[in-house]
Write a protein that binds this ligand. Structure first.
Ligand SMILES: O=P(O)(O)OC[C@H]1O[C@H](OP(=O)(O)OP(=O)(O)O)[C@H](O)[C@@H]1O
Ligand SMILES: Nc1nc2[nH]cnc2c(=O)[nH]1
Length: 177
């Protein structure tokens, strides 16, 4: 059992399992975007380790940029998207690949897609490490999913509980008291 602030967690996905899925997704991205010079948009904060691990495995000409959007407080979405760092690079005509740590309700991604579409990119694809299918409230096509998980709060590998727990190399799931 691992304690993060006042909550208890147990290991759900090991570091080795994460790295195997990162390798697989990177291979697919290398193949799909080989001659497309894509721009990867990492959504901070939670995705910083996933972005770094994926990006190291890309062998194609590509760029990376970052957006910072925040909506979670404690273990729940506030439903209010705060765009803390916005798009600072033109994406018109570019193939954009969003890198997310988790798609839960889908509201962050919905907000993001609508924001990006205004700029007329050639395409928008989504790669997420984690997906909670049961929690989805907005239907969005996910192109690359590392793991489908149950509808329970998780931390680790970049994901936090009120700022803490991001430094676990594995994904930890909340245990009920
Ligand atoms: O599908 P949703 O229900 O919208 O949830 C997904 C979002 O929640 C997390 O961000 P968070 O608001 O926790 O910000 P952080 O990454 O800075 O911790 C995560 O990084 C996603 O961006
Ligand atoms: N840390 C964390 N952030 C999230 N954002 C959306 N779902 C989650 C979750 O389960 N854990």
């Amino acid at each position: 059992m691992v304690e993060v602030l006042d909550l208890k967690f147990k290991e759900l996905i090991t570091s080795e399992e994460i790295q195997a899925r990162v390798d697989d997704i990177s291979d697919k991205l290398n193949e799909r975007f080989a001659d497309k010079k894509p721009i990867f948009l990492g959504i901070l904060n939670g995705s910083f380790l996933f972005i770094a691990d994926i990006f190291k495995k890309l062998s194609i000409p590509c760029e990376v940029s970052f957006l910072k959007i925040h909506s979670y407080q404690n273990t729940e979405s506030t439903g209010k998207m705060k765009e803390l760092i916005g798009l600072n690079q033109p994406i018109e005509g570019r193939h954009v690949v969003i890198l997310e740590d988790i798609v839960d309700t889908g509201r962050t991604l919905d907000f993001l897609m609508k924001t990006l579409e205004i700029h007329n990119p050639a395409s928008i694809s989504v790669a997420t490490l984690l997906h909670k299918p049961e929690a989805m409230q907005v239907p969005i096509k996910l192109d690359y999913v590392g793991f489908e998980i149950q509808n329970q709060f998780v931390v680790g590998y970049g994901l936090d509980y009120n700022g803490y727990g991001r430094n676990s190399s594995s994904i930890l799931i909340k245990v009920d008291d």
